[in-house]
Design a protein around this ligand. Structure first.
Ligand code: SF4
Ligand code: SF4
Length: 114
């Protein structure tokens, strides 16, 4: 897949922190996925995805970046202080699965003939 489109500064990717945790161990610790979700909900953490094959669970926390302005601009955009992950975002389709507003999309790589 190759990335297409462009950023139109909706700011959505700068408003949440996403985390990946080991699925089986975490569910085992909490007894069930439902119990885990209850526990996390008291801390405003949402379980936004689960992948049994990869043994992963995905969390999202609504913690806006302190460098995001009220006009959804990044204060450190042109600076070396901009984090690496922000430069690369989105690097895969999964990154924007929950952000329909995003101006990027991923398309199958087109064959280029010499
Ligand atoms: S540093 Fe800039 S691009 Fe990265 S999350 Fe913060 S506002 Fe967004
Ligand atoms: S979600 Fe997409 S369009 Fe919106 S700020 Fe992030 S990269 Fe740009």
């Amino acid at each position: 897949m190759e990335r297409a489109g462009e950023c139109h500064s909706c700011g959505e990717c700068c408003k949440t922190v996403n985390m990946t945790v080991v699925r089986d161990i975490t569910i085992q610790q909490h007894g069930s996925l439902k119990e885990l979700e209850l526990y996390l909900s008291y801390r405003d953490i949402r379980v936004v995805g689960s992948d049994e094959k990869r043994n992963q669970l995905y969390y999202a926390m609504d913690v806006p970046c302190s460098e995001l302005t009220s006009e959804n601009q990044c204060r450190v955009h042109e600076s070396p202080q901009k984090p690496f992950i922000c430069h690369r975002f989105p690097s895969s389709k999964d990154d924007i699965e929950d952000i329909p507003e995003c101006g990027y999309s991923f398309q199958p790589v087109r064959r280029r003939w010499p």
